[in-house]
Design a protein around this ligand. Structure first.
Ligand code: ZN
Length: 499
């Protein structure tokens, strides 16, 4: 790979250059049917089974815009504080691509549905406002599958197949304004923005936002200019960066690479670049087309879109509580600091803790189990917290059992372990493993008497008034009951017997 030999270490690059980033995010909308026809949008169907003359671009077929997709786009625009166009048109974007059946894509060009908004992201306790240039609606392309090679990529493949099921699925593109002035935090800002946007889209219910399935895809623009320069540098566009971590790495790599190019007195080439997950590098793709290369013109087969103002206001009124507002409310409800809240969010535990509280657990308990035992388990097994085989309802039940005195914290850990191991519901595990605290006073008294009888030296000390020694006998009782005794009650009984 070219360019790998020369990278400037990150901190050194930042000491000479100021990065400017921008993000273009494509979101597949979760509508039932495609953008301009009635074909289903279901993921994973038999290739080329969800197609019709419209999405195959057959002669004589005519598109009709999907009202739900327009509503979803307006919902996204409003949530991003955008202005909603009173009148706009679709445009034809002409270019050749084997998986695009019509050889043009119906998109929006100079008349996007939503413009000029913003979203705030939090980085290390600092708020960065990311401007939104536009939110527009278009159709997705099909998908090429390269067969016969080792990697599934076009290089080395013997032949290619095309699946048009994805062709025509409504796609929203959210384009940021250039984000400048974030310095060394630029990669973190990029990641935080995509995270915030993903959470926002999920809360709006407009997409399943699964990056690994391609329903959320990012193109990351990066440029560098010497500190104090009046002009921004030439930007590159790294295409289809498909995980949050990759977004961060792609920006970081481009900063290190472009710094080396500029240090050598060369010019950064305006081009699209491919990101490589394996080693976090980017390599040159095609040189970037200019808008004129696409020969945009208004789509003649579709009527203009003129959203009724009352309809827009209805959509605005129906917006759910957005993630930033929800976080602020939960932080106040749960009495947490900003830092603690960020930790929950970064651990991916916010929704889980929220749901555990909704299921009846005190916030402090919910936080203790998710950020303690369960976070450790997720870490150790390399699993996302949300993928752990335990539900918030089950965690809330464990919390309730501790509060009721049926189990203590130590036993609760064993119950959680049992749930994670697939042994069933908490109550069933307590029963099967025999984990309930011994509340039978007779049984506890026998255990206390046995511990005293087995340790005459310690018993003598306690009789002499050295009550601190009772701890050792409590330990014996706990051992004998396999941790199921109420330690406080055991201590009382020991002191009573030896008074
Ligand atoms: Zn169709």
């Amino acid at each position: 790979m070219t360019g790998l030999a020369q990278l400037v270490p990150y901190d050194e690059a930042l000491s000479r250059y100021e990065p400017v980033i921008g993000l273009e995010t494509h979101v597949e909308l979760g509508t039932r049917t495609k953008m301009f026809c009635g074909c289903p949008t279901t993921f994973g169907l038999e290739p080329n089974s969800a197609v019709c003359p419209v999405c195959l671009g057959l002669p004589g077929s005519l598109p009709v815009a999907n009202r739900a997709a327009i509503e979803y786009t307006i919902r996204i625009g409003l949530a991003l504080n955008c202005s909603i166009a009173t009148w706009c048109r679709f445009a034809r974007k002409n270019y050749f691509y084997p998986d695009m059946p019509k050889d043009f894509q119906i998109s929006q060009y100079d008349e996007p549905l939503c413009t000029d908004g913003w979203i705030d992201v939090e980085i290390d306790g600092r708020t960065v406002r990311v401007g939104i240039e536009r939110v527009h609606l278009e159709e997705d392309t099909g998908k090429s599958l390269h067969m016969g090679g080792a990697t599934g990529r076009i290089h080395g493949a013997e032949y290619s197949l095309v699946d048009y099921n994805r062709a025509g699925i409504p796609l929203v593109e959210v384009v940021t304004k250039p984000v400048a002035g974030t310095g060394a935090l630029a990669p973190d800002v990029a990641r935080a923005y995509v995270t915030e946007l993903r959470d926002l889209l999920r809360s709006l219910g407009v997409s399943d936002v699964r990056m690994e399935q391609g329903s959320l895809r990012c193109d990351v623009n990066t440029s560098l200019a010497p500190h104090g320069s009046a002009e921004w540098g030439t930007r590159t566009e790294t295409k289809n960066v498909n995980s949050l971590r990759s977004v961060e790495r792609a920006v970081r790599f481009e900063i290190e690479r472009q710094a080396a190019v500029l240090d050598a007195g060369q010019k950064v080439v305006q081009e699209t670049r491919h990101f490589h997950e394996e080693d976090g590098t980017t390599t040159a793709g095609r040189s970037k087309e200019e808008a004129q290369d696409y020969r945009y013109f208004p789509e003649p087969d579709l009527v203009p879109v003129a959203p009724d103002r009352d309809w827009v206001e209805q959509i605005r009124a129906s917006l759910p509580e957005l993630p930033a507002a929800r976080r602020a409310r939960l932080q106040a409800d749960w009495g947490l600091s900003g830092l603690e809240m960020t930790q929950l969010q970064n651990a991916g535990a916010l929704d889980l803790i929220g749901a555990t509280v909704d299921a009846g657990a005190p916030a402090a308990d919910a936080r203790k189990w998710w950020m303690g035992e369960l976070a450790r388990h997720a870490n150790a097994t390399g699993t996302d917290m949300s993928e752990l085989p335990i539900t918030p309802v089950q965690v809330a039940r464990v919390s309730a059992l501790v509060r009721a005195g049926t189990i203590n914290d130590k036993l609760a850990r064993q119950v959680l372990e049992g749930v994670l191991a697939g042994e069933g519901e908490p109550d069933a595990i307590i029963e099967a493993r025999g984990l309930a605290i011994v509340t039978d006073e007779g049984a506890l008294t026998s255990a206390v008497e046995a511990a005293i009888a087995a340790n005459p030296d310690i018993a003598a000390k306690i009789r002499d008034g050295k009550t601190a020694a009772a701890g050792a006998l409590v330990g014996e009782v706990m051992k004998a009951t396999r941790g199921r005794a109420d330690a406080g009650r055991a201590r009382e009984l020991i002191l009573q017997q030896l008074a």
